[in-house]
Design a protein around this ligand. Structure first.
Ligand SMILES: [Zn+2]
Length: 272
């Protein structure tokens, strides 16, 4: 799979042109440089060498030669396209580990949102959500889909906040990356997710969801968490490839650490 998607890409002296990139919110607990450092640690050298932080933006260099013997996986290509498309903005968030109480995903994964960017719409869900990819739409859009609104995008020509629609570019949609677990109802401690788990979620959201939004395709999972073992939708197939690549880590021990009222191992009543 070559370098098919992104436009533009090498200037006169062969140095890659900087594409618009993925902008990182000033509310994010991780900067563009923090995220790029994490990503570089988790990828082989050629893939790592393509990632750069440019002020508040992440870009993936394009246009260079692909070394002999290197194959670019579809999920990497998807993510590169989504990062460079210039229509995504990213912030971090707290993963609420209460999996039983139904709530909108935008609250279960409580983003470090800019003012007005709390998502609206969407079904009340159960489960634990470590990432969310949320399209921007005009306030007047009639849909039940979870979305942020064009009107609430706080950015402007000189702002680093989420960019509203301009005459040259569409508004930026929002990606939330869960970086820590917390038992919110019981005021529990924040337990950080591992760097490799955060990187897996980064590629999951960009490759399996944001890219498919870019392409105007169905970006949703089939029902449940079946994509890990038996993928059905296109998003499922890409998500599984990312999951297998990054080592399928089990985060249960961290979730247990974040849980305040642990059920005793024998299942009986706790002591005093
Ligand atoms: Zn997903």
């Amino acid at each position: 799979m070559g370098v098919p998607h992104a436009p533009g890409l090498a200037n006169f002296n062969g140095k890659p042109v900087v594409p618009p990139g993925l902008t990182i919110s000033p509310q994010s607990k991780l900067t563009a440089a923090d995220l790029v450092a994490m990503i570089k640690k988790s990828l082989p050298s050629f893939f790592a060498s393509l990632f750069h932080a440019n002020r508040n933006r992440i870009v993936v260099w394009e246009g260079g030669a692909i070394p002999a013997g290197v194959t670019i996986p579809e999920w990497f290509d998807n993510a590169r396209y989504a990062v460079n498309s210039g229509v995504w903005h990213l912030t971090t968030g707290t993963v609420n580990i209460d999996d039983a109480t139904p709530a909108p995903v935008g609250q279960k994964l409580a983003g470090d949102y800019e003012d007005g960017d709390l998502p609206i719409g969407g079904k009340r869900e159960t489960g634990i959500f470590v990432g969310d990819t949320i399209p921007t739409m005009p306030q007047s859009t009639i849909t039940l889909t979870e979305r942020v609104t064009d009107e609430n995008a706080g950015g402007g020509p000189k702002s680093l906040l989420r960019r509203p629609v301009t005459d040259k570019l569409p508004g930026e949609s929002l990606i939330v990356l869960g970086t820590r677990f917390r038992d919110v109802a019981h005021g529990g401690p924040e337990i950080p997710r591992s760097d490799s788990a955060i990187v897996e979620t980064f590629f999951h959201e960009l490759a399996a969801h944001a890219y498919l939004f870019n392409e105007g395709k169905d970006a949703s999972h089939s029902i449940g968490n079946g994509w890990k073992t038996s993928p059905v939708s296109v998003a499922d197939v890409v998500a599984q490839a990312v999951y297998l690549y990054f080592g399928s880590m089990d985060e249960t021990p961290l979730i247990n650490q974040a849980t305040v009222n642990k059920i005793p191992p024998d299942g009986g009543a706790g002591g005093p």
